[in-house]
Design a protein around this ligand. Sequence first.
Ligand SMILES: *Cc1c(COP(=O)(O)O)cnc(C)c1O
Length: 410
Amino acid sequence: MNKYRDFDNYFKEFPNEKGYFGEYGGSFLPPELIPAFEEAKNSYEAICQSAQFINELRRIRKDFQGRPTPVYHCERLSKLFGNCQIYLKREDLNHTGAHKLNHCMGEGLLAKYMGKKKLIAETGAGQHGVALATAAAYFGMECDIYMGEVDIEKQKPNVIRMKMLGANVIPVTHGLKTLKEAVDAAFEAYMNEYDDAIYCIGSALGPHPFPMMVRDFQAVIGHEARDQFLEMTGHFPDAITACVGGGSNSLGMFTPFLADPVEIYGIEPLGRGSNVGDHAATMQFGTKGRLHGFESYLLQDENGEPLPVYSIASGLDYPGVGPEHAHLRDLGRVHYETASDEEAMEAFFLLCRYEGIIPAIESSHALAYAIRYAKEHKSGSILCCLSGRGDKDIDYVYENYGCGEKFFNK
Ligand SMILES: *Cc1c(COP(=O)(O)O)cnc(C)c1O
């Protein structure tokens, strides 16, 4: 039990003053960018404790986002595997269909209190861009989304959504024209415009204070889920799980449970297998390094250059991971496991057919682990963060897997 009680003071210790979670995190920036991140840090620390800010954020969560999202007991799905009960935290029912809005609304509100007029970000698959464009529309702010030209071509529906919501989608045309170049372009814009703008990163990563800020804004997931689960069942779940891309929905789910007697599992994408370029399982195969202004585990070559990554879930294919995850693994508090494309897709179709819920492919990785846990344990309970809904994925899934026939005719 000591293992859990040691976490009572966790939030006072981590991150430290310099933004470190143990050995990971920090802030590695060109001198021109330091004032911008300093300003964000100082403002966040000053504003986030104020009753006015907290009350306004609560009202937004309730009236605009539709929170609290429910915890749902998957009775039919659980029955397939024995007596272990699978529960879902339904972030797919959050406005815009995923957890990303939790931190985008927080960052937008912070921008408002700081007197900023514009939100800046990069986006890869477009999910973060859509969530941020939504926040910008809500607060009546300008929104510049930097996106690689290659991604703009691949992600038309999200580009259209961002534009409908009033955002400027700015094509990035150098290098490989994908996410990495988009991050560079967004950093550069922030450097030039931080008097009027704030940068809103898409996950619990980047230089301090972003890993902490995004985790704090996402923690609404775990706080709600903990209360809801206790009220429903009278006890803690035996285990909780979430998928880990950059690590925001997972930290949001996990951190409120750190001091509780609950096993915690973060699930990374194993893609097509363990060869370089076939997965994005950073905690499994990565090494310590530095990327985009922070230190953490990375999939990198001998020269520290990021390796190619792949996952069927475009929201999970990042070659790094938020620094707090690396720390939580060092502490032995969170276990990291993987789920392959095929396992995720089987879980996807099972949830469709047995519960009437079409999940995001990202979230299906966590669900695949919940199913594996249920098969292995035969009793007890596991609470899984269903980070998003699958509407965005159905065209791709249909083209490649039909309606899941192969998983049901074995
Ligand atoms: C972006 C995304 C993820 C991955 O991001 P994290 O920061 O690791 O949470 C997971 N699920 C969905 C639905 C997403 O859109």
